[in-house]
Design a protein around this ligand. Sequence first.
Ligand SMILES: C[S@@+](CC[C@H](N)C(=O)[O-])C[C@H]1O[C@@H](n2cnc3c(N)ncnc32)[C@H](O)[C@@H]1O
Length: 265
Amino acid sequence: MKANLIIQGDALTELRKLPECAAQAIIADPPYFNVLEDEAWDTQWKTAADYLAWCEEWAGEAMRVLCDEGLCFIFGQLGKREHTFLHLMSQLSRSHQFHDLIIWDRAVGYNERRDSFTPQYEMILVLRKGDEVKFNKDAVRIPYDEKTIAQYLKDTRYKNMDARKAHLEKGKFATNILRVPSLKGTSKEKCGHPSQKPLDLIEKLVLCSTDEGDLVLDPFFGSGTTAAAALRLKRKWIGIERDETYVQLARRRLHALASAEPQLF
Ligand SMILES: C[S@@+](CC[C@H](N)C(=O)[O-])C[C@H]1O[C@@H](n2cnc3c(N)ncnc32)[C@H](O)[C@@H]1O
């Protein structure tokens, strides 16, 4: 199957054309439903029920395309008064196998609410297909800083300090709360998409769920963050995006990456 390409078209239609068990990981950051009220692509359904029915359809096709040991990451955000993503998680966890719920801690709050705490996280539902999954836990370890390592090495209960040091230098296992600052308007990474995800966050998802050479599929490609992550990590990628403007934006972004880091292409 051809890879490293953007397919311009509707996610559901294009997913139906892809073969079964082709992608090792799927990173889906779909419209949220009435969260970005100024974006036509986020307000295209009359009711939450219509939106949920559409999600059930594309997610079903995405799971068909997923390899047996693969993981499917689905981003969601609660709107000001909407709890649609909670229903979506519940619905998809009944029709598919739930694997995990990741909290993306955006490090700063957004959409300030006067009547509740300021929201600071987004959820990422993770679905699996089979009983065994590929998960590279070591690849997403979080390094300890030198001061912490020095502190831990003072613990005299450990007899073999070389082994203890080597163990600490591998870093600690990441939890399912991923703290990655969201992109500020002035961020150098920001390239003009209203819901562009940080490269660092997408890289963690790609790293933990795939090996070099595996295929990552993104059915809601936007500015192409998944491709940028896949290229940096030597994975193959396919992106589907309906909006011509964003297809052009992603192409420009990947061309710029090719000029800055030609060895990736
Ligand atoms: C939340 S954004 C994805 C942002 C992306 N993760 C990034 O980092 O740039 C969702 C994207 O889905 C696209 N989209 C909306 N409906 C679609 C559909 N039916 N098929 C394909 N793409 C669609 C929108 O144009 C938008 O770019």
